[in-house]
Design a protein around this ligand. Structure first.
Ligand code: ADP
Length: 516
């Protein structure tokens, strides 16, 4: 319970502990001093010689022996002062005896009830005797003598009192014993409290602060994975939690920045490559295209001519010649396809963007590809029936969708499932193309948009489709994201297109075209 309190409460608790400790020590000392004081100031110590039963008896005996009451009022030899003196001495002896009795502890006093009774009888008798002596006219001598003898008997019955010094010593010893026990217990408690306070203060105040300090140093050295291991529900715990949150945020920002730097560098490399490809494409494709067209035409016309000329030649030779001619035609066709793509890449046919129904474009692509023979056994799903108008270059976006859907179907070997979804957001539209095909490694994902990157067998892929698609989408101010959980786990491409084209994007697109 105490551990869940704030540091302020813990410090107040520790201060209370110190006060208890001081109180215990001070209480013990004061108690000891008081006991010592009561011992040294005890009246029995000064008057320990006085007030014994023997003294009272001696005083009474003296009184009886020397008591000479006057026969008559005019008795000449009667010494009143002497008798009065003896009576006073007896009264004083009784007084001291009483004093000692009173000074005894309660228990001892109760044990001496007889002493009290005797004293209470002796003292009034003595006083009565003295007053009788001062009035000699009314005295009865025999009665007086009997009275004195009676008083002596009473005095002889007084119990002998225990030695007050012994009693005092016993009580002092008891006091000392309990005082000793109290001081030992108090000191042990104070020492335990002190040890507890030091350990507690170290564990719950110093150690957490040290841990925080160490955490701050490690984070300052760039170790953003480090978390301060403090869970205490006090101020230091709150500080550690805030510190860990701050480190987490730092880590997010750092990894975000890393990601951005990586993406930007990749983009830069890609743009440079694309620019160089564009530059090459503009020159080479144009130069190669014309000879390729010539090769194709001449081989076609040669084929027609040879068909007549080879009529007399044996069938085997004729078929070899014709096969070679067709190979020349198909390979030059393929080369033309590549140069066409390169030219597409280097310049756009139509840079104008207008409000187009992107759903209709996707439907068109799905219908077109669905009719292709090699994808007959694949399942292609697109279930959007309404319209979705955004500002795009319809021709280019169609090219992008054709490329992405064809790639997805290729990844399933033409017999899997490809689903196209259209997600409308406030500012943009997402086209998601998911397949359950071969999936991709991390390396493939990283190189996907590089020109000429392909995993398809030679002659089947150019490796230009995705770089062209990427360029088109970024020219629209959008982006392409790729997700795949690994080989054999399918892939998803997400194309994001803004609903409206910003002037700056359009301008950039125009500038990039001019540059190419
Ligand atoms: P090409 O299709 O001519 O190879 P692309 O640029 O269109 O060129 O594609 C580059 C490479 O990206 C492909 O060779 C293929 O390895 C990979 N790829 C593209 N789409 C997918 C997909 N849906 N699943 C798996 N790999 C893909």
């Amino acid at each position: 319970m105490f551990l869940t309190r704030s540091i302020r409460h813990k410090l107040v608790g520790m201060l209370a502990g110190v006060l208890v400790m001081l109180g215990l020590l001070a209480g013990g000392s004061v108690w000891g001093l008081m006991a010592y004081r009561s011992l040294v100031t005890s009246p029995s110590i000064d008057e320990r010689e006085a007030g014994s039963a023997a003294e009272v008896l001696a005083a009474m005996t003296r009184l009886r022996l020397e008591f000479v009451p006057p026969e008559t009022a005019a008795s000449e030899h009667y010494d009143l002062d002497l008798d009065a003196k003896r009576i006073d001495e007896a009264v004083a002896a009784c007084g001291r005896y009483r004093l000692r009795l009173e000074d005894f502890p309660q228990a001892v006093r109760y044990q001496n009830v007889i002493a009290w009774e005797l004293l209470n009888e002796l003292e009034p008798h003595l006083k009565g005797l003295r007053s009788q002596l001062s009035r000699p006219a009314s005295k009865d001598v025999a009665a007086l003598v009997n009275r004195v003898a009676y008083l002596e008997r009473l005095a002889s019955q007084l119990p002998v009192l225990p030695d007050p010094m012994k009693l005092r010593l016993k009580s002092a010893r008891d006091t000392y014993q309990s005082g000793y026990e109290l001081v030992v217990a108090g000191s042990l408690l104070a020492a335990t409290l002190l040890i507890w306070m030091v350990t507690f203060g170290y564990r719950h105040v110093l150690q957490p602060i040290q841990a925080l300090h160490q955490g701050a140093r490690r984070v300052a050295q760039g170790d953003f994975d480090y978390r301060v291991p403090i869970n205490s529900p006090d101020e230091v715990g709150e500080l550690a939690e805030a510190f860990n949150l701050m480190t987490e945020r730092f880590q997010e920002i750092a990894s975000d920045l890393d990601g951005q730097v990586k993406a930007r560098s990749q983009q830069l490399v890609r743009s440079e490559r694309l620019a160089s490809v564009g530059f090459l494409a503009a020159g080479v494709a144009h130069e190669i295209n014309n000879p390729l067209t010539a090769i194709r035409w001449t081989s076609e016309s040669l084929e027609q001519r040879l068909a007549e000329l080879l009529a007399d030649v044996n069938d085997d030779d004729a078929s070899v010649v014709m096969r070679y001619l067709r190979m020349i035609q198909s390979e030059s066709e393929r080369c033309q396809e590549i140069t066409r793509k390169l030219l597409d890449f280097s310049r756009s046919q139509d840079t104008q963007k207008s409000q187009c129904d992107v759903a209709a474009i996707v439907r068109e692509v799905v219908a077109l590809i669905g009719h292709m023979k090699k994808y007959q056994s694949a399942k292609l799903i697109f279930e959007v029936s309404g319209e979705c108008r955004i500002e795009i270059n319809g021709h280019e976006i169609k090219q992008v969708m054709l490329n992405l859907v064809a790639n997805a179907l290729d990844a399933t070997d033409g017999c899997g499932t490809v689903q196209v979804q259209l997600v409308e957001n406030v500012d943009d539209v997402e086209l998601r193309i998911s397949d359950n095909g071969c999936g991709m490694t991390l390396e493939t994902i990283e190189n996907l948009f590089q020109p000429f990157f392909t995993t398809k067998p030679t002659g089947e892929g150019t490796g230009l489709g995705l770089s062209i698609s990427h360029r088109i989408v970024t020219d629209h101010g959008g982006g392409i994201e790729v997700h795949s959980d690994g080989l054999g786990l399918g892939s998803t491409f997400i194309v994001t297109l803004p609903r409206q084209q910003h002037a700056s994007v359009q301008r950039e697109a125009e500038l990039s075209l001019q540059a190419h």
